[in-house]
Design a protein. Structure first.
Length: 272
C-alpha cells in the first residue's frame, strides 16, 4: 500500500525505514536491570554481618586474581602472535609447529589441560633442566592459562592478519621493506583494529577462568570462597558475595575495553 505521494508508509524517500523510535525502545533496560541487581547485592553485603564476613574473607584474593590475569594475558598474547604468524608462514617448520600447537590445545578441555601443564609438564621440564627449586604453584597456573589462551589468540591473530588486503604487503615490499618489516610495520598495525574486540573477549575469559585455578590451591577469589564456605557452612553468603565480586570485575573490564575499542576505531569511522 502506498500513500498519495506513492511512498510506502514507514519508509523514507530514500527507501529506508524510518529510524525514529520511542525513547523506551532505545533505553538500555538491560543495563538498568544489571545495575539494580548489583546495587541490591552491594547493600546486602555491607548491611548483613554474615555477608560482610564473607566479603572480608574472599576479597583478599582479588589482587592475585588480577595479577594472574594480567600475566597470563601478556604471555598468551606473545604466544598467540607467534603462532598466528606461524600458521600463515611459508616456512614449513613454523607452519606445522604452530598448527599442531593450536589444534592440540583446542582439542582438550581446559581443566584437564590445567592439571596436565601445572602438575606434569612444568615439573618434568624443571627436572630435565636440572633445576632443584620447583616452580611456585601460582606460576604453574599462569603458564597453564597462557598456553591454553595462546592457542585461541593464535586463531584471532591469524584471522586478523588475513583480513588485511594482500595489496598492503605488496605496497610495503615495493617501498623496500623486507617481509618481516612489512609484517611488523604495515600489516599487524592494521590487523590490530580487527583483533582488539576478540582479544578483549579473551581477556575477560581469562579473568573468569582464573576461578579454575582453585583446583591447584591458588588462593584467588574462588579458592578463598571455597575455604570460607567449608569452614562456616555459609554457602548462600559466600557464593552471592563471590558472584558480586566477579560481576564488578567483569563489567568494569568490559566498559574499559569498550572505550579502548572506540579509541582504536575512531579514525576508521571518520573515513566512512
Amino acid at each position: 500500500m502506498t500513500d498519495i505521494s506513492g511512498q510506502v508508509p514507514g519508509l523514507s524517500a530514500s527507501g529506508r525505514r524510518s529510524e525514529d523510535k520511542a525513547w523506551w525502545e532505545e533505553f538500555p533496560w538491560w543495563g538498568t536491570i544489571i545495575a539494580l541487581v548489583m546495587v541490591g547485592m552491594a547493600i546486602k553485603i555491607f548491611v548483613d554481618e554474615d555477608y560482610d564476613e564473607a566479603w572480608s574473607r574472599i576479597w583478599p584474593g582479588v589482587w592475585l586474581t588480577i595479577t594472574t590475569t594480567l600475566y597470563a594475558f601478556g604471555i598468551a598474547f606473545g604466544l598467540g602472535l607467534l603462532a598466528g604468524i606461524g600458521q600463515i608462514s611459508h616456512n614449513v617448520f613454523a607452519h606445522n609447529i604452530s598448527r599442531a600447537y593450536v589444534e592440540l590445545i583446542r582439542g582438550i578441555p581446559i581443566l584437564p589441560l590445567i592439571f596436565t601443564v601445572a602438575l606434569v609438564i612444568v615439573p618434568d621440564l624443571t627436572r630435565s633442566m636440572g633445576l632443584a627449586n620447583s616452580v611456585p604453584t601460582k606460576w604453574r597456573a599462569i603458564i597453564a592459562l597462557s598456553l591454553i589462551y595462546g592457542a585461541y589468540m593464535a586463531e584471532i591473530f591469524r584471522g586478523g592478519i588475513q583480513s588485511v588486503p594482500p595489496g598492503q604487503m605488496e605496497a610495503g615490499r615495493s617501498l623496500g621493506l623486507s617481509q618481516r618489516q612489512t609484517m611488523r610495520s604495515v600489516v599487524i598495525p592494521q590487523a590490530m583494529r580487527a583483533i582488539i574486540p576478540p582479544l578483549g573477549n579473551d581477556f575477560i575469559a581469562i579473568l573468569k577462568d582464573t576461578s579454575l585455578l582453585s583446583v591447584l590451591g591458588v588462593l584467588e577469589l574462588t579458592r578463598n570462597a571455597r575455604q570460607f564456605s567449608a569452614s562456616s557452612f555459609k554457602f548462600r553468603e559466600t557464593y552471592f558475595t563471590l558472584t558480586f565480586i566477579y560481576l564488578v570485575l567483569v563489567i568494569g573490564l568490559s566498559l574499559l575495553l569498550g572505550q579502548v575499542e572506540k579509541i582504536m576505531t575512531k579514525d576508521r569511522k571518520g573515513q566512512r
